[in-house]
Write a protein of this length. Structure first.
Length: 311
């Protein structure tokens, strides 16, 4: 059993996202080939804002916090579309926080270096919207947990096993029929903190271990998802895919309404002859490989929109 953490990498080692290309960053450049395969050639932030606008009263929201804001592209789009937003950017990485300041240099934003779990709950309560985009896999994950340990307590077991079994009982998580399981304990704790703070609206997204492409594309796309969080080994650190059914269960336990889907919901693809060729031919041309990865990410990433029932 191992507790995977990425804190030190983000705090001390990360200088750039480099080749760790997020969906958000892949659409930042207006000339990006990834925009060419969309029905509407827009940035990620604009597409997400327009989508959330159909589900949340964004025109009334002012105070927003984004945790792990990357290069600041998403928030720059949100502020452009809703100038009255008062954003707070909370990030472990000094390097990324500096880039966010540059992206939002004309915005009256607050920048907070540090860990989300250290952010005071009383301060978190003032926000109307919280955003965690493409970063929940960076939160602590416990790997290689013996499934038998989730059924019954044993003498001398570790406190973390006891905590995880408590989560499974409290939120009625089904125990997978596997010898060993991985558990997104950090993502679950983040949801608990957000819901305890009573933030009215929450948006979360990440690679999902439960993703499912449309039946007609399943044989053409590499979207590995067997229901058990999977390690993604990157430069200097390892992330994990996220079990979104767990996050849904936690949010509902705290009385939140949930809406869940894939990025394809707000980034619809234009399935023309070019895109069909790129996907079916497995062309090794660099631009085609980039587009193919982008399309696979569209179906691998899931999002979760939460809102309190009384809103």
């Amino acid at each position: 059993m191992h507790l995977n953490r990425t804190d030190e990498y983000h705090r001390s080692l990360l200088e750039t996202l480099g080749w760790e290309l997020t969906v958000c960053n892949s659409l930042a450049d207006e000339q990006s080939p990834c925009r060419r395969v969309l029905t509407n050639s827009v940035s990620f932030g604009e597409a997400l804002f327009c989508f959330l606008e159909t589900r949340l009263p964004l025109h009334k929201i002012c105070k927003v916090i984004e945790v792990g804001g990357g290069y600041g592209n998403l928030m720059a789009d949100f502020v452009r579309l809703r100038p009255n937003l008062a954003p707070t950017m909370l990030d472990l990485s000094p390097a990324l926080l500096a880039l966010q300041k540059e992206a939002l240099r004309e915005v009256d934003a607050e920048y907070v270096p540090g860990n989300f779990f250290d952010f005071p709950l009383e301060l978190l309560r003032k926000y109307e919207l919280a955003i965690f985009n493409e970063n929940l896999g960076d939160f602590p994950t416990v790997s290689d947990i013996p499934s038998v340990a989730l059924h019954n307590p044993e003498n001398g077991e570790s406190s973390i096993i006891s905590d995880i079994r408590h989560d499974f009982e409290k939120y009625a998580f089904p125990i997978p029929d596997l010898a060993f399981v991985h558990y997104n304990i950090g993502a679950v704790r983040a949801i608990e903190k957000l819901c305890t703070a009573g933030i009215p609206f929450i948006y979360l997204s990440e690679h999902s271990c439960e993703a499912s492409p449309p039946d007609n594309l399943a044989a053409l796309l590499d979207v590995p998802a067997d229901g058990n969080p999977r390690a993604i080994r990157l430069c200097g650190h390892t992330e994990y895919t996220v079990k979104f059914s767990h996050l849904e269960a936690v949010a509902r336990f705290y009385g939140y309404e949930t809406h869940r889907g894939s990025f394809a919901d707000f980034l619809p693809l234009n399935w023309n002859d070019e895109l069909n060729f790129i996907i079916t031919s497995r062309s090794a041309k660099p631009e085609h490989e980039l587009i193919r990865q982008f399309v696979e990410d569209i179906y691998t990433y899931e999002y979760l929109v939460l809102k309190t029932r009384e809103v």
